[in-house]
Design a binder for this molecule. Structure first.
Ligand code: C2O
Length: 629
């Protein structure tokens, strides 16, 4: 039991600790043995767990990337498995997390810090890691049950058995500390409080809304304090470890200097608040240069009105340790997210990177030093929609394929190696169907603008399956992720149901196996002329990046890292609903899996179909649905 936000719930702990940190020096072999001691009767863990190393290229260690049923079968309760690979990555801030189902939402993650094997290039006095996370009171797996149920726009209630969204988080935590349903801190200051929407105040049936879980007097919980000494400079390693919310983080009265993004050094950039999306990391310098005292630390989930916000305290040592800041509590609902222009100021830094560039970055070096490799001959356009499938399930799809089914319990990578025809049986984007900029710009393209599936024509109807992109040969690949209305690409079948679903939202896309150059982003529809505005000099080099509502991003990477790499939205519930595509890279060079990999269970039921209440009852002994309003 944990009571991180004063509400008691079950969380996954590691060595009796929540979110423990792994530290490794570059060049060392990292060896992590995972003993799955989770109970077998807990819904989250019946299928087992895996560990993914978020942000690591996993060069030469592709089988240890840790996506269940893609690279390995999960580690089932009562068994163990050892991840073992050499860490040759740019020193910086990364993280590890579960990647079998949604166990990450139950707390199965932690920071992964890579230390330089020489001296640290940055100057600072001390460092702290700051995990920012939205927090739900429901058990993660139970929250997904509702996502698998059929969508019927006319019957979206729990009683009708229809699709149920997870709604808003109940709190925002700093390093696992926060207060349930903090929306506006009215009682502590003069500002008028902002009301949380009821979903943010939700407690499961049978639990008291008031005592003891919701009381700030609960001894089991406390606000997070970041304690600093006046005059010192702190390196904060900020990681958004939540499952849903893009956060804006502010320290009252203090600016932050961004010095690294997703592990890689950036040109120092001073900001008043830090925007950080799921999966992203920013290293920032915080100077304790104000009058000693207590200052507000706030995190505001953006694009989710009515969500709980996070309140903590930046405390100078010596300040009254039991007092909240004297100033009125900030009302973070009034903070705007960064604009694209602000985001564009985050640039990779050649000076700070120095000799610490890892092999893959070295391979990316262009004629201008750190510029991206030029002359991408191939461009892949991924249209992102939220279709309603003919099965009645609501999914997220890229080019009309929602990738969420696993046809057997064997890891996909093993199957591809064993039977190359496997790919032909699944949705696939093959190299010939790419287009190049020249063709687009000269109007010579006879190809349609939508590329998908394993046929000459675009996949007209949205389907569930597995979608692969085959790349390799060290080719420079551009990927455009284009946000489109929910029902675009013919995604809504049933007459009168959902055909007005034109909504869009932001998605934090994460790529396994690579950092990528963010060449550009924009609003509306991408077209080939956008390439003229790309930053080919010093763009951001990231592994997790936001595709905003009504927007697109263009990213570039070199296909020289053998493996099967997942490109997906880092909102856990969107990933669950199929928002991913697999890049099969340098297939011929992928090594054999090490011999000690986990045995696969005889049956694997993770997210295979709509889970009817009867199935859930049979599997878990109860109907298990969170009763949401
Ligand atoms: Cu951080 Cu595929 O994940």
């Amino acid at each position: 039991m944990t009571s991180m936000d004063c509400f008691e719930k079950q969380s996954i702990v590691v060595n009796s600790e929540l979110t423990p940190t792994i530290e490794v020096t570059r060049g060392q072999v990292l060896e992590v043995t995972v003993f799955n001691e989770l109970p077998t009767d807990w819904p989250q863990v019946t299928e087992g767990i895996t560990v993914h190393w978020h942000g690591l290229d996993m060069r030469g260690a592709e089988f240890y990337d840790g996506v269940a049923y893609l690279h390995q079968c999960p580690i089932t309760p009562g068994t163990n498995f050892t991840y073992r690979f050499t860490v040759d990555e740019t020193p910086g801030t990364y993280w590890w997390h579960g990647h079998a189902g949604v166990e990450r939402v139950d707390g199965f993650y932690g920071p992964l810090i890579i230390r330089p094997n020489g001296t640290e290039a940055l100057a600072y006095d001390e460092e702290r890691t700051l995990l920012v996370s939205d927090n739900f009171h429901g058990e993660a797996n139970a929250m997904t049950f509702g996502l698998n149920r059929p969508f019927d726009a006319t019957k979206q209630t729990n009683a009708s058995g229809g699709w149920v969204w997870v709604d808003l988080p109940q709190s925002v935590l700093f390093n696992n500390r926060g207060m349930f349903a903090d929306c506006g801190m009215g009682p502590y200051g003069n500002a008028k409080p902002i009301a949380c929407k009821p979903a943010a105040q939700w407690v499961p049936p049978g639990r008291s809304e008031a005592q003891p879980w919701a009381a700030p007097t609960n001894k089991g919980c406390a606000r997070y304090n970041l304690t600093v000494e006046a005059g010192k400079t702190y390196r904060l390693r900020v990681i958004n470890t939540g499952s849903l919310a893009y956060q804006t983080l502010c320290f009252e009265g203090h600016n932050l200097t961004i010095v690294a993004a997703d592990g890689y050094p950036t040109k120092p950039l001073v900001v008043s608040c830090l925007d950080i999306n799921l999966g992203q990391r920013y290293d920032v310098l915080l100077k304790a240069n104000q009058a000693p005292g207590n200052y507000w630390l706030t995190a505001r989930p953006q694009f989710r009105p009515g969500s709980a916000a996070g309140y903590g305290v930046l405390r100078y040592s010596g300040a009254n340790a039991s007092a909240l800041p004297a100033s009125p509590a900030p009302q973070p609902d009034t903070l705007a997210p960064w604009t694209l222009a602000q985001l564009n100021q985050v640039r990779l830094s050649a000076d700070l990177l120095g000799a610490s560039a890892n092999r893959s970055l070295a391979a990316h070096l262009g004629p201008n030093g750190l510029s991206p490799p030029g002359a991408a001959a191939r461009v892949l356009l991924l249209n992102n929609t939220q279709p309603l499938l003919s099965s009645g399930q609501l999914r997220w799809a890229l080019n009309n394929v929602a990738t969420y089914k696993t046809p057997s319990c064997q890891p996909t990578l093993n199957q591809i190696k064993a039977q190359p025809q496997y790919l032909d049986q699944h949705a696939r984007v093959s190299a010939e169907k790419y287009v190049n900029y020249d063709m687009l710009q000269t109007g010579n393209s006879s190809e349609p603008m939508v590329y998908m599936a394993d046929s000459a024509t675009p996949q007209a109807e949205p389907v569930a399956g597995q979608q692969f992109v085959t790349v390799g040969g060290g080719d420079v690949i551009d990927v455009i992720i284009q946000n489109m209305p929910a029902n675009a690409n013919g995604g809504d079948y049933r007459p009168g149901v959902g055909n007005n679903r034109t909504a869009m939202e932001q998605h934090p896309f994460h790529f396994h196996g690579h950092h990528f150059w963010v060449l550009g982003h924009g609003t509306g529809r991408w077209n080939a002329s956008a390439a003229a505005g790309y930053n080919l000099l010093d763009p951001s080099f990231r592994d997790s990046y936001t595709v905003f509502k009504d927007g697109w991003i263009a990213i570039r990477f070199r296909a020289d890292n053998p493996g099967l790499w997942n490109l997906h939205c880092h909102i856990d519930y969107h990933l669950f609903m199929g928002q991913k595509v697999y890049f099969l890279e340098e297939a011929g060079l992928i090594s054999q899996p090490p011999p000690d990999f986990p045995a696969c269970p005889a049956t694997c039921t993770y997210n295979f179909a709509a889970w009817a209440p009867g199935t859930v009852k049979q599997m878990f002994g109860s109907s298990g649905y969170p009763a949401r309003r």
